[in-house]
Ligand binder design. Structure first.
Ligand SMILES: Nc1ncnc2c1ncn2[C@@H]1O[C@H](COP(=O)(O)OP(=O)(O)OP(=O)(O)O)[C@@H](O)[C@H]1O
Length: 317
């Protein structure tokens, strides 16, 4: 069953006070995510990934378009927004700044449990210990402060806090990017495990194809939404996207991926030009080796190919 649906959703910002510039952090994005599904949002810095997460958390009101959560129109229904406060939880990229440095771990974990589950006293204490066990942390950590923990331990605390209210959806925004390499696998394994145990929808946001690939393996298959310059350019299963990317941006992403043996597809990679995000037509048109006149004028329509979706004139548009 569908839990999240975006229909032609746009988030527009104005930057600068003298030379005003319009930025489309997201532009006409439509997507659907099912209950208990694992998905990845793939894109480089500035693609609109964090804005998308903020939209899903109902922290960012779209400029236009619709966000439906469990079938309810979020910006026409105050109760839906209240529901989201509990049912959609977020894990930040930076595990340190996500926690109050002056509060013990126990105290940081208490807040959402008291607020949403109304537990106190012994029930609250045992819930905190249950959570610490669930994320693989020792109970003794409860009286420590964030500065006394490693990055990996801190991210586990953040995960414990996010799952404390039994959310339906967990959004992990680059959850391992700021961690030492040795902690990364453990955190992804934990997220995949929790997803299975708690029947959650898990949205993994990443710029790193290697992380998307490992996550996909751990959850046993996941759909990916590739975004560039605020546009959804391709949608499909991660395994298909890596095997045969369709959109030129996805091809670029896959060809830039260096595996553990130092291999990458340098011939494909070299075709791509330097350039920014184009505000007219396809946002990738400045860098695309396959660019045509149409790509500069108008963003193409989506084409379906073998159950996948792509927006590119190479496939019709
Ligand atoms: N509040 C804001 N005001 C103005 N522009 C914004 C605002 N938030 C985001 N943007 C712009 O929208 C675009 C998308 O930003 P977003 O943070 O969503 O990208 P991202 O993919 O998460 O990148 P990163 O990983 O670097 O955070 C960027 O050009 C950014 O500068």
């Amino acid at each position: 069953m569908e839990i999240i649906r975006l229909d032609d959703l746009t988030v527009r910002f104005t930057q600068g006070s003298f030379n005003k510039r319009i930025i489309y952090a997201l532009r006409d994005v439509s997507l659907s995510i099912n209950e208990n599904e694992a998905v990845t949002i793939l894109g480089e810095s500035g693609a609109g990934k964090t804005t998308l997460a903020r939209v899903l958390l109902a922290l960012e009101k779209p400029t236009s378009g619709k966000y439906l959560f469990m079938g309810r129109n979020v910006w026409k229904d105050r109760k839906a927004r209240k529901l989201i406060r509990k049912e959609v939880q977020y894990i930040y990229q930076d595990p340190i700044s996500a926690l109050n440095p002056s509060k013990t771990i126990g105290s940081s974990l208490s807040y959402p449990i008291k607020k949403h589950l109304k537990l106190k006293g012994e029930a609250l204490r045992s819930k905190i210990f249950e959570l610490l066990n669930a994320v693989g942390l020792d109970e003794s950590i409860v009286d420590r402060y964030p500065s006394q923990l490693s990055g990996g331990q801190l991210q586990r605390v953040n995960i414990a806090r996010a799952i404390s209210v039994n959310p339906k959806v967990l959004i992990a925004d680059e959850p391992v990017t700021m961690l030492d390499a040795s902690y990364r696998i453990g955190i992804i394994d934990l997220l995949a495990d929790l997803k299975k145990k708690m029947n959650m929808t898990l949205v993994m946001i990443t710029h790193d194809l290697a992380i998307a690939k490992y996550f996909d393996y751990k959850v046993g298959g996941s759909k990916s939404f590739v975004i560039y310059g605020g546009r959804l350019v391709e949608e499909g299963y991660v395994s298909d996207i890596i095997k045969s990317p369709l959109h030129p941006y996805t091809k670029f992403l896959v060809s830039s991926y260096i595996d553990i043996n130092g291999n990458y597809n340098s011939l494909e990679f070299l075709k791509y030009k330097e350039g920014g995000i184009s505000s007219q037509g396809c946002p990738f048109n400045e860098r695309c080796p396959y660019v045509k006149d149409a790509c500069i004028k108008e963003f193409p329509r989506y084409t379906s190919i073998d159950g996948r979706k792509v927006a590119c004139y190479l496939y019709g548009g």
